[in-house]
Design a protein around this ligand. Structure first.
Ligand SMILES: [Zn+2]
Length: 91
């Protein structure tokens, strides 16, 4: 039971950082310890690994939209809502 709670907390912790991890956002970088912890968790947690895959797919999709192409904000919001639900453990 304690292990389960700890796992859920780690999922929550990881979910909050996956986006920054994939973005490598220079304004909010993860520490090396955070990256190591996140990578360890992704290697052992199917749910968070899937979440990271979703983020990667989203990033890829967004990066394909270059130039004057229009990005439907509703579509982006739908993906974001889906990711939030995964992160919050409601999905
Ligand atoms: Zn997890």
């Amino acid at each position: 039971m304690i292990g389960m709670v700890r796992q859920m907390l780690t999922c929550h912790w990881s979910g909050r950082r996956i986006e920054r991890y994939l973005d490598a956002d220079p304004s909010a970088p993860l520490t090396q310890a955070e990256v190591a912890r996140l990578e360890t968790h992704l290697a052992s947690c199917e749910r968070c690994a899937k979440l990271a895959d979703q983020h990667r797919a989203l990033h890829r999709a967004l990066s394909l939209w270059s130039g004057p192409a229009y990005v439907d904000p509703a579509a982006v919001n739908r993906v974001r809502t889906f990711l939030d639900e995964l992160t919050e453990g409601r999905a």
